[in-house]
Design a protein around this ligand. Structure first.
Ligand code: URA
Length: 198
């Protein structure tokens, strides 16, 4: 089939990861949280890795940080199910929410790349140090990276703070910067997409 349905392609990619044993995270995970949302979305959101609730449900961003993410997206008019596809750099929960290790990222990042290639998002919102540094191949911190756009393959990448960071640092200054980044993502999206998903 020359143009497979992206939803079918993602379902097949997800199916292929069930029971994955490519890295040591398989020993402690309950479920693989592969991704969720609209396969035809023009906005893709990339986080770090599943937390406890994500591990339980096998879905990304369904815990407290996920609830804040849903509100952040809605604040600039994005419906998370209709307008976005959401995934993480690693699909299995690192124990006690530690950072994923380089071998785990190396094992899992081909599946993030496949998701990005399947969806072909116009805009990628990278949440936090880990997603931004992994996708951009830099050690620069999110405070320096955010507020600007970057080319990532065929997409425009917008880095911003991770919602879990915003929950831990509830001051207005971080919220304001995140809001600026979301508006930047919205402008980039509107400039490339017209309205609505494909
Ligand atoms: N934090 C992440 O980076 N990803 C999730 O899915 C949940 C919390």
């Amino acid at each position: 089939v020359p143009f497979p349905d992206p939803a079918d392609a993602l379902r097949e990619q997800e199916r292929a990861r069930q029971g994955c044993q490519l890295c040591k995270l398989c020993k402690s995970r309950t479920n693989v949280a592969f991704g969720s949302g609209n396969a035809r979305a023009r906005l893709m959101v990339v986080g770090e890795g599943p937390g406890e609730e994500e591990d339980r449900q096998g879905l990304p961003f369904v815990g407290r940080a996920g609830q804040l993410l849903t509100k952040m997206l809605a604040s600039v008019g994005f419906d998370r199910e209709r307008d976005c596809y959401i995934a993480n750099v690693v699909k299995c929960r690192p124990e006690r929410n530690r950072n994923p290790e380089p071998d785990e990222v190396a094992a899992c990042s081909p599946f993030l790349m496949a998701q990005i290639d399947t969806i072909g998002p116009h805009v990628i919102l990278a949440l936090g140090n880990f997603a931004a540094q992994t996708l951009l191949g830099t050690k620069e911190g999110i405070t320096r990276l955010r507020g600007k756009t970057y080319q990532y393959r065929a997409s425009v990448l917008v880095p911003t703070f991770h919602p879990a960071f915003l929950l831990r640092n509830p001051g207005p200054e971080f919220r304001r910067m995140a809001w600026d980044d979301l508006k930047l993502a919205r402008r980039e999206y509107d400039a490339r997409s017209g309205d609505g998903p494909r």
